[in-house]
Design a protein around this ligand. Structure first.
Ligand code: ATP
Ligand code: MG
Length: 439
């Protein structure tokens, strides 16, 4: 009962009693100049433009004493000088524990047709990360539900990893596996810039009831304005922080950082920044890094945000700007390879190009030895693969390749396995694969 009152109180406190109304005075270069709103406006405020019976959203991009600059959702067609503009909300959100199991838009509105209450506390969408000195180090190893992440690429509490892959190689499917299988209290999922039909496919088929039961899904589809798509990622992060601050372990799954960066690029170019990093404006790095920095281990007394960010890389271009910026702030990266997906092995992880920086600390001596042996064998196989497949490799010419050939098929199968029985069992199964080489 108290919760309901708190929630109502929070909702009432967010209502603007005095409405400030501005007017459009200039429409040039894709943005709008508004007079009469400078007092009380803040950067990032949401506005509503009233134009001949239509209402169009927008956001404040620049502020000066003489006026504010607004980027409107959509093309702005039909807008006219003197149309009225009002501020409708700050760049804030009031998440609530009752949001678990729900699908929301970047403004905290439900899109699954059922009512949704805001929580008691309003949080900034662009909150600060925990102070570095108060932050815990990476935590204990997590059960992930998949053999490869239980062993060779361990995921620990508070770790931030990236999934780098081309389109259609299986990023979203792997996120779904994490949502169902990783040991966490709450899962927050940001779906930025997906096609409309993909939302249903993700929530119904990939996540399923089991995944939805502990998840909050925040979504903005590709047809929505860049402002809304960019906000989607910040809202998801603020929701994750809400749960983290209650001492919970949150798994944040962000699909994709590339779409977030592209949305930011559109907004920043409209605000007058120049694109330079292959079309991305300079603020892109800071925007991505400050987002990633908010995930990770919490301060003493709070929980942690373990995060998985997907990055779309064209071909295998890992130097592409978004991939390059993100790699610098992550504690691990997982590369997925189209040729592996094409031969039907999922998740299509290219193990030799993937690393988890939680190693070697996350595993004991015996486990680290198994991991090193696996990498050695897969490396030996990869170096000789063309020869082996062409039938040109003569058994006996290289003992490490002979050993690798014996284990390859078992290891390849292991990389695709689910791991319902846990980490210890996964290492036993890995050891059994490697034993084939010792025979
Ligand atoms: N574990 C799996 N088992 C079988 N098939 C899979 C698996 N994971 C992915 N696939 C296949 O790969 C296709 C693409 O997967 P998914 O949508 O996860 O890729 P994506 O990288 O997220 O794609 P996009 O770039 O379009 O978002 C699926 O439709 C399915 O055919
Ligand atoms: Mg996808």
């Amino acid at each position: 009962m108290n919760d309901i009152f708190e929630s109502l109180r929070s909702r009432i406190s967010q209502i603007n009693v005095i409405k400030q109304v501005g007017r459009i005075v200039e429409l040039t270069g894709g943005t709008l100049k508004i007079s009469g709103l400078s007092q009380g406006a803040s950067l990032g405020d949401r506005v509503l433009i009233h134009s001949e019976g239509n209402q169009i959203g927008g956001e404040i991009l620049r502020l000066s004493k003489t006026g504010v600059t607004v980027l409107q959702d959509g093309s702005g067609e039909g807008l006219a000088i003197n149309d009225s503009v009002e501020i409708v909300g700050r760049a804030e959100i009031a998440p609530d524990n009752s949001w678990i199991g729900r699908i929301i838009d970047p403004f905290g509105k439900p899109i699954d047709g059922r009512p949704l209450m805001p929580g008691p506390t309003v949080r900034s969408l662009r909150g600060a990360p925990p102070a570095p000195a108060s932050r815990r180090t990476l935590g204990e190893r997590l059960e992930t539900g998949t053999a490869v992440f239980n062993t060779l690429l361990p995921l620990v509490r508070g770790q931030r990893i990236g999934l780098f892959a081309g389109s259609g190689v299986g990023k979203s499917s792997l996120l779904g596996k994490f949502a169902r299988g990783v040991n966490a209290d709450v899962v927050v999922i940001a779906l930025v810039g997906e096609r409309g039909r993909e939302l249903r496919e993700f929530t119904e088929r990939i996540l399923g009831q089991q995944g939805m039961a502990r998840a909050v899904v925040v979504t903005a589809t590709s047809d929505q304005s860049p402002l809304v798509r960019r906000r989607c990622m910040w809202t998801a992060m603020a929701v994750a922080e809400h749960f983290r601050d209650q001492g919970l372990h949150v798994l944040l799954l962000a699909d994709s950082i590339t779409r977030f960066a592209e949305a930011h690029r559109e907004v920043a170019l409209a605000a007058g920044e120049q694109g330079n990093l292959r079309g991305f404006p300079p603020s892109t790095s800071h925007t991505i890094m400050s987002l990633a920095e908010r995930a990770g281990p919490g301060a003493e007394g709070s929980g942690d945000i373990t995060a998985v960010f997907t990055v779309l890389v064209a071909g295998s271009d890992m130097d592409e700007p978004v991939a390059d910026i993100l790699r610098g702030v992550l504690d691990g990266h997982v590369v997925m390879d189209r040729s592996i997906a094409e031969r039907g092995r999922f998740p299509a992880i290219d193990l030799l190009r993937s690393v988890s920086r939680s190693l070697p600390d996350a595993a004991n001596t015996d486990e680290n030895a198994l991991i090193a042996e696996t990498r050695r064998l897969l490396g030996a196989y990869e170096r000789a693969e063309m020869m082996i497949q062409a039938g040109l490799y003569a058994t006996g010419s290289d003992p490490s390749v002979d050993a690798a050939i014996k284990v390859w098929s078992a290891l390849d199968g292991f990389l695709a396995e689910d791991a319902p029985a846990g980490i210890t069992d996964s290492f036993k199964r890995l050891d059994a694969c490697l034993a084939l080489a010792r025979r």
